[in-house]
Design a protein around this ligand. Structure first.
Ligand code: DAH
Length: 340
């Protein structure tokens, strides 16, 4: 009687295990059949009441059933686990031939980029690329450029003065002086670099910005040479021919001095908001090197003449990419800079 009941429980439980669809189903069977106070436990409790020989037989069946059910539950559990793993592995996809991510590749700042392009062009035209210190003497930043202490031109370049009387250079022009002093004529040089002005920052002004300076001194250098090199430089920057014009402009270190304009690249001279309807955009300062400047750096103006020019690299980048606020370029915001 008891043995039959045990066998019924065993086969019924095996069927439930076989038809289980989840780990939870299996757990339910385990608790109800094998758990404490479960169905098998009830049978074990009845054992005590049986006669010894009957107890031996029933005990064997009962233990057998217990082992069979435990084994069946274990293997069913394992199957569920394997199936789950298979589904996960099918979903996860691994290609060991894909290169590892590694460090991200950087790129040059657009100002550095345009600077290097210009260095390349001028080097190919026989110009040396000179560097100068950002902390300059008052003499080279002003006096040697024909800007004496009482000259109003000093006020136009608001200056960061240092306690010892030196200053942060307000333009790259003092490198002209260094070039003339060190190399002498004939001389072809450019000097890109960082300059500083004590100005409040807005959409078109920064206290720190970049310029490129240029100078050529030789026998018989004229405005025609100046124009020739300016056209080459601007064509390189804007990647097309540009029309230029000279207007008189005052810079103490040149005579005559000019403002060089380019015909507006957006409207080709017809007039638009960028050129304020004039058809022309102011681009750079230039002129024929003032005899005083040559003389102060030990060059005889009777024998030598030269042109010089200076322009903002930062501004050039803004023109080339139509950037309307200088703070984008120098604010260090990578979301902006990564577009280039
Ligand atoms: N140094 C001038 C400035 O920062 C730019 C300049 C004008 C440079 C005329 C020159 C030049 O060499 O000839 O505004």
């Amino acid at each position: 009687m008891l043995e039959e009941s045990i066998q019924e429980l065993e086969s019924g439980s095996l069927a439930r295990i076989a038809s289980a669809t989840s780990l939870e189903d299996l757990e339910t069977v385990r608790v109800q059949v094998l758990g404490r106070k479960g169905a098998l436990d009830q049978f074990f409790k009845q054992m005590g009441k049986l006669a010894p020989d009957e107890r031996a037989r029933a005990g064997k069946v009962l233990n057998g059933a217990k082992q069979t059910l435990e084994a069946a539950l274990e293997s069913a559990k394992r199957q569920f686990a394997e199936a789950a793993l298979r589904i996960r592995l099918d979903g996860e996809w691994l290609d060991p031939s894909i290169p590892a991510p590694g460090p991200r590749r950087g790129h040059l700042h657009p100002i550095t980029h345009i600077q290097r392009e210009l260095e390349e062009v001028f080097r190919s035209l026989g110009f040396a690329v000179l560097d100068g210190p950002e902390v300059e003497t008052e003499y080279r930043n002003f006096d040697a450029l024909n800007i004496p202490a009482d000259h109003p031109a000093r006020d136009a370049q608001d200056t960061f003065w240092l306690a010892n009387g030196d200053l942060l250079r307000t333009h790259t022009s003092p490198v002209q002086v260094r070039g003339m002093e060190r190399l002498g004529p004939p001389l072809r040089m450019i000097a890109p670099g960082r300059v500083f002005r004590n100005e409040s920052v807005d959409a078109s002004h920064e206290h720190t910005f970049y310029q490129i300076e240029g100078m050529m001194i030789d026998r018989g250098v004229s405005v025609a040479h100046l124009l020739y090199f300016m056209r080459i430089m601007l064509a390189e920057v804007f990647r097309r021919e540009v029309n230029v014009r000279l207007r008189p402009g005052f810079f103490p270190f040149v005579e005559p001095g000019f403002e060089l304009d380019i015909q507006c690249l957006l409207c080709n001279g017809a007039g638009c908001p960028v050129c304020k309807q004039s058809g022309w955009v102011e681009q750079l300062g230039c002129g024929m090197v003032h005899p005083n400047v040559l003389r102060m750096s030990g060059i005889d103006p009777e024998e030598w003449s030269g042109f010089a020019f200076g322009l903002g690299l930062t501004r050039l980048v803004m023109m080339r990419y139509a950037i309307d606020d200088i703070r984008h370029l120098q604010g260090g915001d990578l979301r902006f800079l990564e577009q280039f």
